[in-house]
Write a protein that binds this ligand. Structure first.
Ligand code: ATP
Length: 307
């Protein structure tokens, strides 16, 4: 379990992260999103203990990162955006070395390394030099080193950045496997990746948390696509005057005589009722009405617009 309580990180007059509070329960897979400069890396660096917060408290499994750093970090595995690899070592040599650093019992190291290599698809690569591996395999070695010592909490900073589509798909499958039973916090710019992997989405904007929601049930649907047989000049102002409709966008015409519009609503059901009342008054037949689910991209753009 990870807990941030009123955490601020200040650089001079700038708050890179401001008054951040959230908890991640054991076993949850959380995606951390935000534009460049939103504060993601600062948040992850504080979580690894690399940076100290200016204010607030961070706990990992009940251990304060500042006052009990050893106990807190014992539960932590970290894959930075650029994994710290030693090119001259073999994959096996490197993973054994990391196991030593993470105080894995000496007698257990060989079987632990074999187990991690199997999980990360590196079993056939153990005797290869790290410096000779492709980018995808290097990333796997980075992931494998994060698993040394079997940490309960994994922090992954853009793990699939720079990989080709096949390597990305393979690494995502590996991540799904590895995440089972662990708490994972994962930063990415790839919204579809976050939606497919994560249970929960956090969005940072200018160092503040602006969104915290279930990744599979985003905000309630508030858009609908309507196709109406009517005169556009009368229809559009009438739609815009409805109390629960916040925005009306004309879409390309699909059928002759019909007007297609995208309506954004403050609440879907009241807006639908208003629409039906309006159209019966105008004697304008409704040919189609489709509520549209908000995508993570819609949510992201909405949450990160403006200052
Ligand atoms: P990206 O997606 O580009 O990696 P990010 O969300 O990880 O961005 P951070 O690197 O956490 O963002 O930066 C947050 C803010 O803090 C930015 O405005 C950045 O310029 C500022 N910042 C980060 N590190 C420092 C530093 N050492 N000194 C001064 N300002 C910093």
């Amino acid at each position: 379990m990870i807990s941030f309580s009123h955490v601020t990180k200040r650089y001079g007059a700038v708050d890179a992260v401001h008054d951040l509070s959230f908890e991640i329960p054991r076993g949850q897979f959380v995606g951390l999103l935000g534009q460049n400069g939103a504060g993601k890396t600062t948040t992850l660096n504080m979580l690894t203990g690399y940076l100290a917060p200016s204010e607030g408290r961070i706990e990992i499994n009940g251990h304060d990162l500042l006052t009990e750093p050893r106990s807190a970090k014992q539960h932590l595995g970290y894959l930075p955006e650029l994994p710290p690899l030693y090119d001259e070592m073999t994959v096996e040599g490197y993973l054994r070395f990391v196991c030593q650093l993470r105080l894995v019992v000496r007698a257990d190291v060989p079987s632990h390394v074999r187990d991690i290599a199997k999980k990360t698809g590196l079993s056939d690569m153990l005797s290869r030099r790290v410096g000779n591996l492709s980018k995808g395999y290097r990333q796997r070695v980075g992931l494998a080193q994060a698993l040394c010592g079997d940490p309960e909490v994994l922090i992954l900073d853009e793990p699939t950045v720079g990989l080709d589509p096949r390597q990305t798909a393979e690494l995502r499958e590996t991540l799904k496997e590895i995440a089972r039973g662990r708490t994972v916090i994962f930063s990415s710019h790839i919204l579809s990746e976050v939606q497919s992997l994560c249970d929960r989405v956090l969005i940072l904007h200018h160092g503040k948390m602006v969104y915290d929601h279930d990744a599979h049930k985003l905000s309630p649907t508030t858009k609908m696509h309507a196709r109406i047989l009517a005169d556009e000049k009368t229809l559009l102002p009438a739609l815009r005057s409805l109390a629960h409709v916040t925005r009306v966008t004309r879409l390309p015409q699909q059928e002759s005589g019909a007007v297609d519009v995208l309506m954004e609503c403050s609440a879907l059901l009241p807006a639908q009722k208003e629409l039906h009342t309006l159209l019966s008054g105008l004697h304008a037949p409704l040919l189609r009405l489709t509520p549209m689910d908000e995508t993570l991209e819609d949510v992201f753009l909405r949450c990160t617009q403006g200052g």
